[in-house]
Design a protein around this ligand. Sequence first.
Ligand code: C2E
Ligand code: CA
Ligand code: CA
Length: 746
Amino acid sequence: MKKRYNLRDKKIKEKRVEKKKGFIILLVFLGIVTIVVHSAWVNTKEVKKQLEQNLADVAQQNAHVLQSKLHAQHQLLNSLSGELQGVTQNTIKEQLSEFEIYMDSFHLKRFAYCFPDGVAYSTDGEVTDLSYREFYKQGMKGKCALSGVLSDALRAEHSQVNVMTIPIFDENENISGVFGLTYDTETFNEAMQIESFGGAGSSFALNEEGQIMMATGNDEIAVSDNLFDKLQEDEGNADSIAQLQGLIEKKSTGTGMLNLSGKNYYYCVPVELMEGDVTWYVITMIPSEILHERAHVLQINQYVTSILVAIFVCLGAVFIVAMLKAQNRKMYCLAYEDSVTGGANFEKFWLNMEDRNNGNGYLVSIGIANFSNVAIAAGMEAGDSMICKTWKIIDNSLNKGDFAAHVKDDVFLLFFADSDEKQVKERLGKLSKRISKESGVFHVFGLQMVCGVCELSENDDLELVYNKARTAREYAAMGAGFSCTFYNEVDNLKMQQEKELEERIPEALAQKEFEVWYQPKYSADDCMVVGSEALIRWREKNGELIPPGRFIPLLEKNGMIMKVDEYMFRSVCMQQKCWLEEGRKIYPVSINISRASLYYNDVVERYRKILQESGVSPEYIQLEITETVVGEKRDICDVLNEFRKLGVKILMDDFGTGASSLATLSTQCFDTLKLDKSLVDHIGDKGGEIMLCHIISMGQALGLHITAEGVEKQTQLEFLRDLKCDDIQGFYFARPMPAEEYESML
Ligand code: C2E
Ligand code: CA
Ligand code: CA
């Protein structure tokens, strides 16, 4: 019973291990997917950050360009301002004309000088009152100024210009005027043409009031527009305006969103001009969809990669699982599969027994009678092959609820879910027939099933039932041919005795407890002795005789029959030699040789040697073989013919019993036909007599010598004599007798 629990434990453990493995694989898989998705997310964020950084870089560059350009102009004004000290309305024009040489290289429209009264003189000869201009007012306060975009006040063409001014001081540090330069807004605008984001980005500069000072890359934003006015057109910009104004107030850099024909992402940089008197703001922006598009492409790439990785990991996991499964299967095979048949083994059978839901039925222990002959005759491989064939037959015969297993050698176990004893017997009978038929392939005949059956009811102790079925099989094995014994039929005492007997055989052989007895054969014609048959007897130490019928089947079962047959053959040869040496007349003696002995490859050679050693002429030695052995078997015929070549005659024993067929008569590997007692017993009834008559005439027609066995009556003798039967063997003349008795009888 311990075994059963061990198996169950094993099963549970295996299931647990499998669950654990599955869980670990799932964890690893989820881990990898999480890492991949997380890194995709982080990467996308990083890409966005980089694009933002790009935006900032472009804005900074633009700011730098703007600053350096305006700084150059401011420097110019400062350097020229020295010339203007003490200038008057009379000298101003002349003075200004000297500055004209700088105008081209600095892309300027003009220089102008504004006296404290607001009247301005310019290089292009105009004189205008500019006291209303903010830059004039700032200048008079001693401050530098850079105007917003103005329409040119000195020319009728109304082009857009910017004016940069500085105050001019006299020796007493009093403001004596405002000096400035004017440049075309458009010309300056071109300076800020740093391309960004493949042309998708735009940049512009604005002053503290929000007026656009220069703009590139966006048609919506034009110079002199007010950015805040523009932004106000879209309600969604309220927060953006506040944020931008906040940046301007603090003169700090920052980022944000602007709705200007779509959402834009911007970066704002303050640019200090005119020695800090003026601050402009450079804003670079890109449509947010571009930013997202770029991030999106990358994100998609990342997710595609992660999906691919996940699929790859999945496939890997599936592969690992498949491998583990294959390994498990292998382990399962090792644990539950029979190595010979590939079907269930004993362990598996036990599991099935436990899992059968307490169903009632019959447990059958199956053995194959004479199976050892297959191995002996055709080799181990053929033995295995026969086991496989037997297994297939058994397996194919299973109904719903049945199961079976190969245990070892020629032993199988079967569970029939049937409820009827008769049905079980019938099914087993059919199985045995099929197995017997199959065994023909191996040129081994008479393979029959030996079954022990025990009924199994709910809650029965399985091991007990198993042992009972096995015991019943062992009991069944004592019979000949197919037998099916139910445990309740087992005669335990008899079985015990047989077992003990079997165990004693090896010692009996060693102790020479086997004796040769002789039963004479007589000529039917003149009732003279013509020979004898050697019959074995086992004389126990206590002097008791055991008849061959009790131990020959045991010897055949355990394979020792070969030794015993050889022992008998040698004994007879030696006895004949002895008689010859004593100068006696000797007669042929026939010795029984079991079919199992004939399967020995070197049987002829061994017997030849013994014969040769004895020096007895082969005509005095004959062999009796039961005819069922031969059947359609050619190999056996070859063996028999080899014996005949030695000069040993072959007698077909027991003709007329069992599966004897008339066809065997024509095999031409026999010299003598021994009619079985059962045929002789039919003398007296008409049908039997006719049959006997035909058998004898047919045998004679085939050139066979005819011997009748078991002749007990005078009438039988006379009948056989009339049919021209050659020899008679039977109690009518003599019973088997010990050698000495036979010797003196002769
Ligand atoms: P078998 O070869 O057919 O031997 C003839 C059997 O019939 C012998 O039984 C013999 O005593 C018996 N017998 C002979 N005449 C009569 C008769 O008129 N009436 C009756 N009722 N019986 C008669 P035994 O000696 O008991 O042998 C039984 C069987 O044991 C033999 O049958 C043979 O198959 C086997 N056997 C005996 N000795 C050997 C042996 O040395 N080797 C092998 N392999 N088998 C042997
Ligand atoms: Ca015989
Ligand atoms: Ca016989």
